[in-house]
Design a protein around this ligand. Structure first.
Ligand code: SF4
Ligand code: SF4
Length: 189
């Protein structure tokens, strides 16, 4: 008798659990077929590491990347290539960067999202963006070039109120009051 009641309770508890809203989500999310409403993708956290992308220096109007090749040499899967050129804005006296990136390509199909390229870059030029939905049906379908890498990077910069890490260090040392104000704004709720 007692065992029968125990079994009944277990069944009831399982049934109650079945009525709760699911904690998992279907991927890709096709929305609700009855209402035709398509749900928003699950938002990622700021610290989420998606595909690497290049950052844009809005103050000068050029990429941060000088094509110094440090990240390319350190990448464990050798999935990046780049070419540098003389920076025309340096010649005009508008930029401190004597060299600038001319072309850059990452084969994201080979990227293992390790973040080493971001760690070794001395110029705040590359970030682990939030981009992660880039699957394709072809082996080389995810070779992304400089304009696309900058587009993904700028989207990430906007979404996270990105401040170059070297500027953040200056802020922590109290050497950059202008950026300190921006950092305080971006960190306030
Ligand atoms: S992303 Fe950074 S490390 Fe890589 S080539 Fe550009 S400046 Fe150099
Ligand atoms: S995240 Fe890792 S594998 Fe991907 S490009 Fe950077 S260094 Fe290479």
């Amino acid at each position: 008798m007692f065992n029968s009641l125990k079994g009944l309770v277990v069944t009831l508890v399982s049934t109650m659990h079945g009525l709760r809203a699911p904690v998992t989500r279907q991927y890709p999310d096709t929305g609700n077929v009855l209402t035709g409403r398509v749900s928003e993708p699950t938002p990622v956290k700021d610290r989420f590491m998606g595909f690497p992308a290049l950052t844009w220096d809005g103050e000068i109007g050029e990429p941060f990347c000088t094509s110094c090749m440090v990240c390319i040499r350190q990448c464990p899967t050798q999935c990046m290539t780049s070419v540098m050129k003389d920076n025309p804005l340096h010649e005009e006296g508008k930029s401190d960067r004597r060299k600038i990136v001319d072309s850059f390509e990452i084969n994201l199909n080979r990227c293992i999202l390790c973040g080493i390229c971001v760690e070794v870059c001395n110029f705040d030029a590359i970030v682990m963006s939030h981009e992660h939905e880039m699957s394709t049906f072809s082996r080389n379908g995810d070779r992304v070039d400089l304009p696309e890498l900058l587009e993904i990077g700028q989207k990430f910069q906007r979404e996270t109120d990105w401040i170059p890490p070297t500027k953040r260090v200056k802020v922590q040392k109290g050497e950059d009051s202008e950026t300190a104000d921006a950092a305080a704004d971006s960190e306030s709720p």
